[in-house]
Design a protein around this ligand. Sequence first.
Ligand code: AHG
Ligand code: MN
Ligand code: MN
Ligand code: MN
Length: 300
Amino acid sequence: MVYLQKYLEDCGCDPDLVQLIRLISRQMEPIRKAFLDNQFYEHTLNASGEVQAALDKWADAHLIKVIGESGYVREIASEEQEDIIRFENSRREYAMVMDPLDGSSLISTNLAVGTIVGIYESGGVMQKGSNLKAACYTLFGPLTVLVVSVGKGVQSFAWDPKSEHYYLLKKSFDIPEGKIYGSGGVYKDYIPAHEKVLSYFDEKGFKVRYSGSFVADCHQLLVYGGIYTYPALKKSPKGKLRLLFEANPLGYIITQAGGAITDGYQSPLDIQPEKVHQRTPIYIGSAGIIKKIEEIYREQ
Ligand code: AHG
Ligand code: MN
Ligand code: MN
Ligand code: MN
């Protein structure tokens, strides 16, 4: 069995980066256990004006406390925090962007949800996704799986509650050109370019796979290929997903697995963020299909 820490050390990662990723990975069990405490199911509204489950807030506060106390991180930007959080006394310059709980509208359905994290080596959180040093997400499914990239492809690790370690499950992913897609939003709100993309999927016999959790709907593409999209909508031209916490970390990982991400015209990884909670339309998945989607948008 190859454990997470050993694998990252063998990749030649900075020891503090190894410890930071390991620390993040070890918060997944406390978060998973919190699901048992059903006081977390009531909802309020967050910085993006969206429904915020109490568990969103708990996971956010827990990660900020643990990561903040570690001294590895100078800044954290979180989906659940209005502003960037700075740690004046940190001894390293890593900067972390996170979606503490993605798919939280599904918690009461027991469908797969997860935590998304992006890590910059220095320079704060307001930088392009293409500058990420590492990114990871967990998926709370039948297994608690950690998917991580430190720029050397993509690996997955499974949490073993007995040994209390993450062991290597898959040491590389190469996204196939698949035929599944999941599209957020509702049909009446779709712009003409997206309608053209959906007719293309139809013509090619694509099947719909959409649960409402970005991290789960994207994870399956690593195995099956295909596309996840939350497109620009008539009423929200920037779509729903957030550039910093969702598009960039998953875009980095999917790209490392030979896939691609686009907003219809360019990769969100090349966008210089201007606002912490800015949104971006996204299509993410098999590289060949992303190329076709950009052709369709260019023809508009
Ligand atoms: P979050 O739970 O972090 O707010 O993210 C929810 C996102 C994403 O996970 C999911 O794909 C999308 O919202 C679902 O939106 P709809 O419910 O509008 O389909
Ligand atoms: Mn949310
Ligand atoms: Mn999310
Ligand atoms: Mn979230």
